[in-house]
Write a protein that binds this ligand. Structure first.
Ligand SMILES: Cc1cc2nc3c(=O)[nH]c(=O)nc-3n(C[C@H](O)[C@H](O)[C@H](O)COP(=O)(O)OP(=O)(O)OC[C@H]3O[C@@H](n4cnc5c(N)ncnc54)[C@H](O)[C@@H]3O)c2cc1C
Length: 447
């Protein structure tokens, strides 16, 4: 096949990867909407995107469980409640689950068709003598771009370039956990478990494993994710990260657990087994005009349900910084630099705390199997993710960008702090940092 070379128009940005991160960024760059009363990254990114989310999300069935994220229960015995963890936002987000492909399709419909190229797989990034980089695709086509954002997931080709890795998997670690995933018709689940357990989100904790269930598909189906520690193996020995099963292994691994858990695993006939990997922390998310976003930057385990939310936060910050850089002439490279500095600590902390959350659920954390200690930990361990003052952090990032553009990185932030202090002294407002609910969490399912 002969190679075809095209160029991304001047001042435009090439986004590689069309998952939640890439699609969110494309929406954010196309359309900015900054409402003062915004309650989430998605709403700040684009109210239409948030509307799509609220329209498609499935919530717990009982109205008393609307704000419940997860009811954490003992996996042994009769599933005694350890902690009811609730989200505290006005919308009572609770556990809102969403069908990944349907959500992505609906989001993608907000992006003009002429902005998108389908079925192209990046294989290499090449530096050129000029300011552009050359993107090589597996159909032998090439695209020259001044700026590139890599949203190409955990096995990212862009990450390989940014971090100078031999192989995209060099920096990916098997977390010594895997999950069995499967679906149960809600009617069957309610008959065998009762409506309370089947149609509202539950997590059953036990030694070296935990089982998560929640309603999906408008409440017609119960989604099951059964986690197991794999402490005897340091690495995943299969070429595939997802394996098909008949379910016998899974049922053996949960023998001796309480009735609800053994009932749940009995109902899964042919579960998929997924190995869980995450990224080691990257020293930077940027190399020249190329940056990383979402799982390409910081792939995480799913224990806090926070991976996709971090991708959306990344997209919001990058879109906002690039928008400001464009309108004020502050420079895209400065925007990339500030994005890297601002997003790296928070997103990498999500990866690290997600791993320890997995240990807590498997009763291998600091709380061990002590119900009181587990409750104390679980009731507050997610606050910092969910109650992030996203508007405030965005303002700080913009102030930092302004200082960076003026060649005085600290000045912009200092100016912003002085302005805020003056405002607070004038209005008597002293500590309202938690006004805005910034983090958001939801659950993926892939039936
Ligand atoms: C088992 C499991 C359960 C999870 N559950 C949750 C949950 O409940 N809640 C939550 O918030 N998060 C969850 N996550 C994490 C969440 O799925 C990710 O954090 C999120 O999808 C990241 O989005 P992304 O766009 O960065 O990457 P991805 O969704 O991986 O998208 C990457 C895109 O890039 C494309 N791509 C890849 N390579 C190339 C290439 N070379 N060239 C061009 N395109 C390429 C892919 O086809 C894909 O479209 C879970 C993850 C796992 C593994």
């Amino acid at each position: 096949m002969s190679s075809v070379q095209t160029a991304v128009p001047d001042g435009a940005i090439a986004i590689v990867g069309g998952g939640i991160g890439g699609v969110s960024l494309a929406i954010g760059l196309r359309h900015r909407a900054l409402g003062p009363n915004a309650i989430s990254a998605l709403e700040l990114l684009d109210p239409a995107a948030a509307e799509v989310f609220h329209k498609l999300a499935t919530k717990n069935a009982f109205s008393s469980e609307e704000a419940t994220w997860i009811n954490f229960r003992k996996g042994m015995g009769e599933a005694e409640l350890i902690a009811k963890v609730e989200t505290k936002d006005e919308r009572q987000t609770g556990l809102s689950s969403i069908h990944r492909a349907r959500f992505l399709n609906a989001l993608a419909s907000l992006i003009p068709r002429d902005m998108v190229r389908f079925r192209k797989r990046l294989v290499k990034i090449q530096e050129t003598e000029g300011k552009h980089v050359l993107l090589h695709f597996d159909d032998s086509s090439q695209v020259s771009a001044a700026y590139v954002v890599g949203c190409d997931g955990i096995r990212s080709c862009v990450r390989q370039y940014v971090l100078g890795l031999e192989n995209p998997l060099d920096n990916v670690t098997y977390t010594r956990k895997y999950v069995y995933r499967g679906l149960v018709p809600m009617k069957t689940a309610v008959e065998r478990l009762g409506a309370e357990l089947a149609s509202n989100s539950q997590m059953y904790l036990g030694p070296n494993g935990h089982v998560l269930t929640y309603p999906i598909d408008g409440g017609k189906t119960m989604n099951v994710v059964a986690f197991r520690d794999d402490l005897n193996n340091k690495s995943w020995s299969h070429a595939n990260w997802v394996l098909k099963h008949r379910g016998d292994n899974m049922r053996r691994e949960f023998e001796g657990w309480g009735r609800p858990v053994t009932t749940i695993v009995k109902m899964l006939e042919q579960p998929d087994q997924w190995a869980l990997f995450n990224h080691e922390p990257a020293p930077c998310y940027q190399k020249g005009p190329v940056v990383l976003l979402g799982d390409a930057a910081h792939a995480t385990t799913p224990h806090q349900g926070a991976g996709a939310g971090q991708a959306v936060e990344d997209a919001l910050f990058l879109a906002e910084l690039l928008g400001k850089a464009k309108s004020h002439g502050w420079g895209f490279m400065n925007a990339f630099k500030v994005y890297d500095a601002v997003r790296r600590p928070r997103s990498q902390l999500v990866v690290a705390t997600s791993r320890t959350a997995g240990d807590t659920y498997a009763m291998r954390g600091l709380a061990g199997s002590d119900s009181d200690l587990l409750q104390a930990e679980l009731l507050h361990r997610f606050d910092w993710i969910w109650e992030y003052n996203i508007r405030g952090a965005l303002d700080d990032a913009i102030a930092r960008l302004q200082g960076e553009a003026a060649g005085k990185p600290a000045i912009g932030l200092l100016r912003k702090l002085l302005k805020e202090l003056r405002m607070r002294l004038q209005t008597g407002l002293v500590s309202e940092d938690r006004r805005l609910f910034g983090g958001w969490s939801f659950s993926w399912h892939k039936s």
